[in-house]
Design a protein around this ligand. Sequence first.
Ligand code: G6P
Length: 366
Amino acid sequence: TRIDKAGHKHFMAKEIAEQPAVIGEALSRYLTADGEIMLPDPGLDFTKIDRITMVACGTAFYACLTAKYWFEQIARMPVEVDVASEFRYREPPISDRTMALFVSQSGETADTLAALRYCAGKADLITSVVNVTESSIARESNLALPIHAGVEVGVASTKAFTCQLTVLFLMVLKAAVDRGAITKEELADYVSGLRSMPSLINTALEQNAALRDEAYKLSSARDVLFLGRGAMFPLALEGALKLKEISYIHAEAYASGELKHGPIALIDENVPVVVMAPNDTLFDKTVSNMQEVMARKGKVILISDRAGLDEAAEGTWGQIEMPPVADALAPILYAIPAQLLAYHTAIAKGTDVDQPRNLAKSVTVE
Ligand code: G6P
């Protein structure tokens, strides 16, 4: 089937807008009407594994980093994450009762595939989370979980990322149930949180014009810093990656608490700092990091919810309001402003949004 832009200016815009629908689709494939998690056969049994090694590249790697926070906090399982190009040559020992988990939109990334082949015969189980189900990575896995994002054309991954997060979150819930780490009520809460994601994302998409205004301010910057804490740190990394991929502005992300160990030296009135901070249990800590930035004349764009903005927006350079969301699920929702900021910055700079220079959609050579 021919894929067109469906009235959008770019595939990236179309794919950003599709997220409520494709996440809804992924949820309908993995959840029964009464909120039980169904995984394709052979079903995963998390009582048989003690640890998970996750490997990926690019945006898929940041999905893995986010899932590490979830697996550890919610399912109480230890997780290691690495980029495939490092993992494959490091000769990491794989201990017993380990699941190796590979995340890839295309299922053809050469380094990720090589890492999978390294684990074959060593790990107890090879699992993958893929978009292209006929891919090499899917075929060579014991179990491949499709993300149901539909074809993604834009080189900068958007809907595949949030669908990867959605499917990874479902795996985390399955692990938590199998291992008795959460109660029935907690499971029901998480599932209803997931089910509200499509509508929350629609609300986030309504901030498009506000994000475009912030993006125009960012477009004259040479460097941009992204900050986040907890599971919002991998999302800050993803926000920085999106911005550099399509706008060519140098962007870096730091865990907020690490700011004082180096990057604060860079802060002056020329460095915009994007702070991704829902009003969660770590909010006050992030706010104090943000105030350190503002005390050095750094220009902060704060992305938070109403309660967070009421508490901390004073003196910031820009504010973006997200709807309130369950703490654990914030990385999925806050992906939307990260994507739209990068998108509009690229438009403001006149770069080729769907085909950025020097990048390929799928890197099948080393
Ligand atoms: C390339 C793409 C990225 C993608 C990465 C991993 O760098 O430009 O958008 O995240 O490859 O691709 P995969 O298909 O393995 O997810």
